[in-house]
Ligand binder design. Structure first.
Ligand code: GLA
Ligand code: ZN
Length: 674
């Protein structure tokens, strides 16, 4: 953390998108600003890809065109999130110094011609990036349109060049002190990998066979830190001229190339780019989970910096969003804590790789279905202005840790079918389906106050974090661990002894072997799960797939057992006698998982705080502050029972005992004052 976060000025729920005026002539700028006003746009992100126009050749900075754009926007009351253009260096930079270009894991240098073509460790790139950042900050820090600074764009480049190798060695020295300590921590006694001198340590470039998992894990940590260092350098350059306005960079949800938890404290505003696939029925739950991650990183409201109002153009097959889905995607983000909805982009590009990406103004213009939907969303967000700023902590925490995910998904584990994000999603789903709020936390966070903490797959757990989790349990918390958790320590070394090694005493069970089930990951390859007759709670019967473990109870309670296959009769779900520590050693079917998790929640006194009496299947409900969002995903109308009369803030209609929601419809309810 670098001091308190700077906040955006209050302005209800923000609405707008990326605006790339450099792609248009002056007459279009004027049309754009008028159309933005008509659509209720409050905020646009400008300058993300403007480097080549702002600095056509080294040190010749041209600002007049952007002065004019900012003045026009300001004249219309539209505020600007002003970006540093450093995500896409101009062609001259690679000519000036080809080593500004990144190198891939095979050791090949990439070329200019796309974007994000920079090596985070290149001194030339950094110097030129900071120079243009300073020029932008100096020129527009006093401009009344500017409310926030947007550093780079989706910082995510990993580079394997010799210069990054040098920086990596510096990073390792700081972490381990000596080569001997590195050898010991990584465990380089295998395969004759022992390093005798620092110079021998390089980035994990492609090699004939498997790489050392501790080496690759540390490289991912290093790569994340290198990007964070770039962010900080630009942020600090901005701070030299503007100590007041918030600075952000747009994140990418659960993106695997950076540890956002370690970044969060440096961002004044947590902002995220979210592109759920409208063709994928799993998108709503995944989007909600990602939004909850952002709200948790922010510890408060966050900003949806980018989304699509229609189709993207980077999937092989790009299904557009219906008006209903577009509205739901936007309002879901608000329900999960977003204080604004911005889209990529305002006006569709006629040229370039993204010529078929949807935009708030499509190629066909403003007299279109899509643009009318955009205008309607502007009105919807205005109607919900009071929701802005509201935030409360959930009662359930779901644990996620980037390094743990990286380590768990290295090759050469017992099964590549046990993946972290699908596990998180499966455990999150029952809460999402019943409208129970969930925060996404890290095992190193302060977990006090959460009634229930879930760790669906926490493979790597440092000694400190293990001690914290133990303390959370012994202080009266309730922790549920999923399969293959607490296996490795902070250096990705497997903990020896019965597993889950840091918890066997509290749990009352000891594991001896991992037992991936024959048949791999398919839903058809299952074994049975049956409740243990002696268990006080009954999770019912069901099936398990993919994964099992050989567990032996000591003083714990067996809740369910495997039925059939090689693991027939072995415990699948165990808990401590005091009901505070739970361990699930498999992937159960969704019904059993839901029964188990909601049962736990109920015993812990977790309840949805909703005016809705029962959530029908296919309906998504989420509470934020004083309002409840209800999204009907079904193709048929539903009636949602409510305990108290409610007002739909979107259309002003008051409902008594039942709220009708049309197919694909969204209502936002506030309990009527009685
Ligand atoms: C990302 C980028 C944008 C744009 C969109 C398209 O989020 O930040 O510049 O390329 O994807 O979906
Ligand atoms: Zn590099």
């Amino acid at each position: 953390m670098t001091g308190a976060r700077r906040a955006l000025p209050a302005r209800g729920l923000r609405y707008g998108g990326d605006y790339n005026p450099e792609q248009w002539d002056r007459a279009t700028w004027r049309e754009d600003v008028a159309a933005m006003r008509a659509a209720g746009v409050t905020t646009v992100t400008v300058g993300v890809f403007s480097w080549a126009l702002l600095e056509p050749e080294p040190d010749r900075v041209e600002t007049a065109w952007l002065d004019e754009v900012l003045d026009l926007l300001h004249g219309a009351g539209i505020e600007v999130d002003l970006a540093t253009p450093t995500a896409s260096p101009p062609p001259w930079l690679a000519r000036l110094d080809p080593e500004t270009l990144p190198v891939d894991a095979s050791g090949h240098r990439l070329h200019h011609g796309s974007r994000t073509h920079f090596c985070p460790s290149s001194p030339t790139y950094r110097e030129r990036a900071l120079a243009i950042t300073r020029a932008v900050a100096r020129r527009w820090a006093a401009h009344p349109a500017v409310v926030m600074w947007h550093v780079n764009n989706e910082l995510g480049t990993t580079c394997w060049c010799p210069r990054c190798g040098e920086a990596f060695r510096g990073w390792l020295r700081a972490r381990y002190g000596s080569v001997e300590a590195l050898d010991a921590a990584w465990g380089t006694a295998v395969w004759s990998q022992r390093y005798a001198r620092w110079e021998e340590v390089a980035p994990p470039l492609r090699a004939p066979y498997l790489l050392h998992p501790a080496h690759t894990l540390d490289y991912r940590r290093f790569a994340s830190d290198a990007l964070l260092a770039l962010y900080r350098a630009e942020r600090d350059a901005i701070r030299e001229v503007d100590a007041v306005r918030p600075v952000t960079t747009n994140l990418m949800g659960f993106f695997g190339g950076a540890d956002y938890r370690s970044w969060a404290g440096d961002l004044d505003v947590i902002s995220d780019d979210s592109y759920p696939d409208p063709a994928d029925p799993g998108s709503p739950v995944r989007a909600a989970l990602t939004h909850d991650l952002m709200r948790s990183l922010a510890d408060g409201p966050w900003l949806l910096m980018e989304q699509a109002v229609g189709a993207v153009s980077w999937r092989p097959h790009n299904v557009p969003k219906t008006t209903a889905v577009m509205r739901q995607d936007a309002l879901r983000a608000v329900a999960h804590g977003a204080d604004g909805v911005l889209s990529f982009q305002w006006r569709a590009s006629p040229a370039g790789p993204e010529r078929f990406h949807s935009a708030m103004v499509p190629h066909a213009g403003t007299g279109t279905r899509l643009h009318r939907a955009v205008q309607q969303l502007g009105r919807d967000l205005a109607a919900l202005a009071d929701v802005a700023g509201t935030h409360e902590r959930a009662e359930v925490a779901l644990l996620h840790d980037w390094p743990s995910r990286w380590a768990a998904e290295e090759p050469a584990t017992p099964s590549e079918h046990l993946r972290v994000l699908p596990q998180l999603e499966a455990w999150y789903r029952p809460f999402w389906e019943t409208g129970v709020g969930v925060d996404v936390r890290h095992p190193g966070d302060d977990l006090e106050g959460y009634r229930l903490v879930l760790a669906p797959q926490l493979y790597l757990l440092t000694d400190d974090d293990a001690a914290r989790l133990r303390r959370y349990v012994t202080d009266g918390g309730c922790l549920a661990l999923g399969p293959f958790s607490a296996v490795a320590d902070g250096n990705a070394r497997v903990r020896t002894g019965p597993f889950p090694a840091p918890f066997t005493d509290l749990l009352g069970a000891e594991g001896e072997e991992w037992w991936p089930l024959p048949g791999g990951g398919g839903d058809d390859d299952t074994v049975g799960l049956v409740p243990d007759p002696a268990s006080p709670e009954d999770v019912g019967s069901g099936t398990a797939r993919t994964w099992a473990e050989v567990l032996r109870p000591t003083h714990g309670v067996v809740v369910a057992r495997f039925d059939g296959g090689d693991v027939d009769g072995l415990p699948a779900l165990v808990r401590s006698r005091d009901d505070r520590l739970h361990y699930l050693a498999t992937i159960p079917d969704d019904v059993l998982l839901r029964r188990w998790l909601l049962g736990l929640a109920e015993r812990r006194g977790v309840a949805p705080r909703l005016p809705v009496a029962a959530v029908p299947a296919g309906v998504e409900v989420a509470r934020r502050g004083p309002v409840t969002f209800v999204l009907n995903h079904r193709r048929t109308a539903v009636e949602v029972p409510v305990r108290t009369p409610c007002l739909d803030l979107l259309d002003g209609v008051e409902h008594q005992a039942r709220v009708p929601v049309p197919p694909g419809g969204t209502v936002v309810l506030r309990e009527a004052l009685t």
